[in-house]
Design a protein around this ligand. Sequence first.
Ligand code: HEM
Length: 211
Amino acid sequence: MVTLCSEFLNGGTDTTSTALQWIMANLVKYPQIQEKLFIEIKGVVRDGEENIEEDELQKMPYLKAVILEGLRRHPPSHFVLPHAVTEDVVLDKYVIPKDGTVNFMVAEMGWDPKVWEDPMAFKPERFLDGGGETFDIAGRREIKMMPFGAGRRICPGHGLAMLHLEYFVANLIWKFEWKAVEGDDVDLSEGEEFTVVMKNPLQAQICPRLK
Ligand code: HEM
């Protein structure tokens, strides 16, 4: 029981807070994206409303696109947990022997220029072109990126993580305008800890929005 609790705490805290920091960093670096998101929120949330509620998040497709783009461009984990095959498998021309350890290059998949146009750019719009269809984050139809893994061992917290990210980003942008500290270009270099974090943590000026 203790191990289970510890796994959920370890798996569910650093990952979400790292993703949140990367997303906020991009919203500070690209104020036009932050403004577009704020305009979307303003169109949904009632005047004078203090907190954005869960059901209102479903009416914000651009918010979801910002979160997905954050997870594609800066997946908190560049690998999944190690997996193994239960029998010899031939994949393309490679043999993976029984019990051989297999891992997946999560970040590389999300940055593949054969799949994503201009992959290193932060462009949430790329997730709005699905003709109204929600992006398949669990990879049930096809796998274009897998920040939560895929298949039977997909992160069991992925729904909760998406909800947390949408909730926190929406409320942080609704309440405050986030600006770069003067002279700081927002450095997106990576550093490796339990997750792949911002090497230089985000610094920002936050101003309460006048409503
Ligand atoms: C942005 C946030 C998160 C990211 C990017 C993330 C990513 C991942 C990844 C890549 C895996 C490995 C999947 C695999 O091996 O195929 C994983 C496993 C796991 N995650 Fe998450 N996760 C996040 C949030 C959470 C949350 C909120 C919880 C729990 C409340 C959680 C609990 C777990 C657990 C328990 C496992 C191990 C599952 C197993 O062994 O089968 N994660 N996560």
